[in-house]
Write a protein that binds this ligand. Structure first.
Ligand code: NAD
Length: 422
């Protein structure tokens, strides 16, 4: 257990350090002075809270929570709240920086934020989860709000948790305040298209990447690692567009059929944790799956899947990162040298925050859009973002990850300069 904790803390530290490394290179390439990096390398605000919750056995348990606000030069900060036993302070810091980059890439009027609570929601009752969610909002209420910092769902949090949090904030504020949080149920001001927004955004990036590489999606071979929220929606979208999804995987293993898998059947059989491969006898390992012949490879599970050890064996023409951090910096270099087109996480998975922004706009207006309107606007935003990053990569002769970071940091650095901060 202690060893596990050390490993987690090491991982989250690595994520923070590698994020800072690329930010520094991006700012240097853009010609900004050192103080720009000094401002961007850490959140401007980090709150640590202790939340007492009366558990079902009558005892009080104290939980630790965090809220990081990376940079609010452009506008309020925005980002999810994660409930997970492995949440660390450094992970929350790094994820808040990523949210700033995403907001910059898709050109939203936000900076990045992120929150987390160290807990295991799988072992908590509904009542305990509600008390924890409300306690977190009370603890951070002074620094959040619809014009300060807008939370959203993340790992192991969902629309019910957003609803409790919105209700608690509205009670504190003494008026109904749906714009405080996004990812709410539709009846409380949630947006159509929010649930599948990340996968939709990944799909749009795949379409754009395929155009650049002259690949027809109809009949193209696709591999999707991870069959959870992001991976399963994505596999379905690809399948419906006529692609051949030749392999999918989950934490237990991978399924492979060179003629294409029946995604509708697999969706029907998967459990709520995104597991389906345990129902089959003939499986292959996740690592073997990543190295199969394919046109498109989508890591949509966990971090550090493509490393210097397997990057030379990846056979895809395009790698689209639906997951956060699936490719290390060394592997990015190897794939780019091998002329594999990488669509980095901060671009590929920005569909979620984009539709969250649409939800906030609808809440502020009190006027709600149809699903088609949401989809049309999402497409417009992501096509523009993809092409902006791609053109930057071509013009500046840098890899797609560095190009995305350059696009992502630019707006907030300019905003900080106009405000006289640097
Ligand atoms: P999820 O928990 O719904 O699903 C995760 C999937 O990955 C499951 O199928 C699980 O079995 C599988 N998995 C877990 N460990 C694995 C392993 N070692 N090898 C292979 N598969 C494994 O999660 P999600 O919401 O789909 O998120 C997946 C990734 O996408 C994460 O990196 C997340 O940060 C990123 N992401 C998700 C969203 C979103 O809106 N869901 C938005 C942005 C980024």
């Amino acid at each position: 257990m202690v060893a596990d904790k050390q490993a987690d803390s090491q991982d989250s530290n690595d994520v923070l350090v590698s994020t800072q490394e690329v930010i520094q290179t991006a700012l240097n390439k853009l010609g900004y002075p050192e103080e720009a990096y000094e401002l961007m390398k850490e959140p401007v605000r980090m709150m640590i809270v202790r939340i007492p919750v009366r558990m079902d056995d009558g005892k009080i348990k104290i939980f630790t929570g965090y809220r990081a606000q990376h940079n609010d030069a452009v506008g309020p900060t925005k980002g999810g709240v994660r409930f997970h036993p492995n949440v660390t302070e450094n992970e929350v810091r790094a994820l808040s920086i990523w949210m700033s980059l995403k907001a910059g890439i898709v050109d939203l009027p936000y900076g990045g934020g992120k929150g987390g609570i160290i807990c295991d929601p799988r072992k908590m009752s509904f009542r305990e989860l509600e008390a924890l969610s409300r306690g977190y909002v009370r603890a951070i209420s002074q620094i959040v709000g619809p014009t300060k910092d807008i939370p959203a769902p993340d790992v192991f949090t969902n629309s019910q948790i957003m609803a409790w949090m919105m209700d608690e904030y509205s009670r504190i504020d003494e008026f109904n305040n749906p714009g405080f949080i996004t990812g709410k149920p539709i009846v409380l001001g949630g947006s159509h298209g929010r649930e599948s927004a990340t996968a939709k955004g990944v799909t749009i990036c795949i379409e754009e990447a395929c155009k650049k590489r002259g690949i027809d999606i109809k009949g193209a071979r696709v591999i999707v690692q991870g069959f959870g929220n992001a991976g399963s929606f994505l596999a379905k979208f690809m399948y419906d567009m006529g692609a051949k999804v030749i392999a999918i995987s989950d934490a237990e293993g991978a399924l492979h059929d060179p003629d294409g898998l029946d995604i509708d059947y697999l969706l029907d059989r998967r459990d709520s944790f995104g597991t389906v491969t345990n129902l089959f006898e003939e499986t292959i390992s996740n690592q073997d799956m990543l190295e199969l012949e394919t046109d498109i490879l989508v890591p949509a599970a966990i971090e550090n899947q493509i490393t210097k050890d397997n990057a030379h064996n990846i056979k895809a023409s395009i790698v689209v990162e639906a997951a956060n951090g699936p490719t290390t910096l060394e592997a990015t270099k190897i794939l780019t040298e091998r002329d594999i087109l990488i669509v980095p996480d901060v671009l590929a998975s920005s569909g979620g925050v984009t539709v969250s922004y649409f939800e906030w706009v609808q809440n502020n207006q009190g006027y709600y859009w149809k699903e088609e309107e949401v989809q049309e606007k999402l497409r417009e935003v992501l096509v523009k973002a993809f092409n902006n990053v791609y053109t930057t990569s071509q013009n500046r002769q840098v890899d797609m990850r560095l190009a995305a970071y350059m696009v992502g940091v630019r707006k907030m650095t300019e905003a900080a300069r106009f405000r006289g901060w640097i």
